[in-house]
Design a protein around this ligand. Structure first.
Ligand code: SAH
Length: 429
């Protein structure tokens, strides 16, 4: 979502001030950092980045620096204590106010701060996207009301708010008219999407997916990130439509019911397995990925073994795993963090190597099959090669002309490498 938000910042400032992006920070008039505070490490990176930018300001006194996103939302004015040379501090919900904040900051010598939560006001202020690629993100809801004990999101992004369906559909139709073929619907808790349409009828994620499936030109749809609690039957039924990618990211976090309870996830392992089983009745070969937290306060070896067991049971594809990081204003940060760092590291490595092994087996099983890929770009290593993504998010490199970028193509998979696949084009779709 930060990628989406950053693109919107560029769009809005291009429209208001004619700013264009540069890859050379030394020639910039305005430097913005869009931050993440989901774990402490991400947060600390912000201050080292700002430290590097401080010296640029000495060389160019008219340079303005802004800090946006969740660290800004969490720290507010405190950012200025550590980095007083920052001109603007704005939150995820106030980025559309950047043009005015920028004017205020350059016209006075005071920093401009706005980290309020004006609900979904920002979406109606965004100009239409200009530079599009084959695949595009579209935010449909923001925030989270689940209050998991480890998670900072409800305090930084706010509680769940959903955009009106008509506004979302208009944005996607515009993207489709500009050549976008794949849409990734975004939300911190995307399957909690719930909004009323103009006829005052409630629209859930499953309903919205149907509307997106009906848009000409959009042939592949993804959504992220879902919470298992609201992975409802109607959402499972939505997989009848083949436009929904054969891939689901459904973070389980832990395979231990005891830890899930301490995390306040509000489901048990059986519920998770039941959802997957039901989904596999419609999509037997669907690829499932997850996020995991290891070393949550009180996690025993037995709890961790339960997570490893679950990985085997579900056969997770490429997934994300993290060492627990205490976050401000969360319940878990008050718990006794009794797992030593070495054990946490060992568990993380063990879990990651199990998941990598699973993902490798899945890649190897794809050799010999034909996969539909969305051709997105020229390959990084070889100009004559193209790169496209399969439904289960693997990059495939193959020979082909640049004119195929933005098209779907059937590729015979010939080789599985560590981070990608190789193939031969069999058919353009
Ligand atoms: N809304 C999603 C999570 C999005 S955050 C959900 O409820 O499943 C992305 C991932 O970061 C989470 O799934 C979790 O695995 C990880 N994460 C969140 N808070 C964390 C923390 N305090 N420490 C370590 N990892 C964390």
């Amino acid at each position: 979502m930060n990628v989406y938000d950053s693109d919107k910042m560029a769009d809005i400032l291009r429209e208001s001030h004619g700013f264009e992006l540069t890859s050379n920070e030394k020639e910039a008039d305005l430097l913005l950092v869009n931050t993440c505070s989901i774990r402490e490490k991400a947060q600390e990176k912000v201050f080292s980045q700002l430290g590097r930018w401080k010296s640029l300001k000495k060389e160019n006194p008219s340079l303005a620096i802004g800090v946006g996103g969740c660290v800004a939302s969490q720290e507010g004015e405190k950012i200025l204590d550590r980095a007083p040379y920052v001109d603007m501090v704005f939150g995820p919900q106030t980025l559309h106010r950047l043009p005015k904040m920028y004017n205020d900051a350059v016209q006075s010598d005071r920093s401009s701060i706005d980290i309020s939560f004006p609900k979904i006001e920002k979406f109606s202020k965004f100009p239409k996207a200009r530079d599009v690629k084959a695949s595009a993100f579209v935010s449909i809801m923001e925030g989270c009301s689940k209050i998991c004990s480890f998670c900072v999101v409800p305090t930084t992004r706010g509680y769940e708010v959903s955009r009106p369906p008509e506004q979302i559909i208009d944005e996607i139709k515009d993207l489709a008219s500009k050549g976008v073929r794949e849409i990734n619907l975004l939300g911190q808790n995307v399957n909690a999407y719930l909004a009323k349409n103009k006829k005052n009828i409630k629209v859930k994620l499953a309903d919205l997916l149907k509307l997106v499936c009906d848009i000409d030109g959009i042939d592949r749809i993804r959504y992220t990130t879902s919470h298992p609690l609201q992975f409802t039957d109607d959402l499972i039924a939505a997989y009848e439509d083949k436009k929904l990618a054969n891939y689901l990211h459904l973070p389980v976090q832990s395979g231990s019911n005891r830890i899930l309870k301490l995390m306040r996830r509000k489901y048990k392992v059986d519920r998770y397995l039941d959802r997957i089983e039901k989904l596999r009745l419609i999509r037997p070969d669907i690829s499932i990925s997850s996020d995991f937290i290891v070393g949550f306060p009180g996690e025993t070896q037995e709890d961790f073994d339960a997570t490893l067991n679950l990985v085997d049971k579900v056969g997770f594809d490429q997934s994300f795993s993290f060492i627990y990081s205490p976050r401000p204003n969360t319940k878990a940060s008050e718990m006794i963090d009794d797992v030593d760092h070495e054990t946490k590291l060992k568990r993380l490595q063990q879990l990651q190597s199990k998941i990598t092994e699973n993902a490798k087996i899945i890649s190897e099983e794809m050799v010999g099959s034909t996969q539909t890929v969305l051709v997105e770009k020229k390959s990084k290593k070889d100009e004559n090669q193209l790169s496209g993504r399969t439904e289960n998010n693997r990059w495939v490199n193959f020979d082909g002309p640049g004119s195929l970028i933005g098209e779907f193509a059937d590729i015979d998979i010939t080789e599985a490498l560590a981070n990608s696949l190789r193939g031969r084009m069999s058919r353009l779709i």
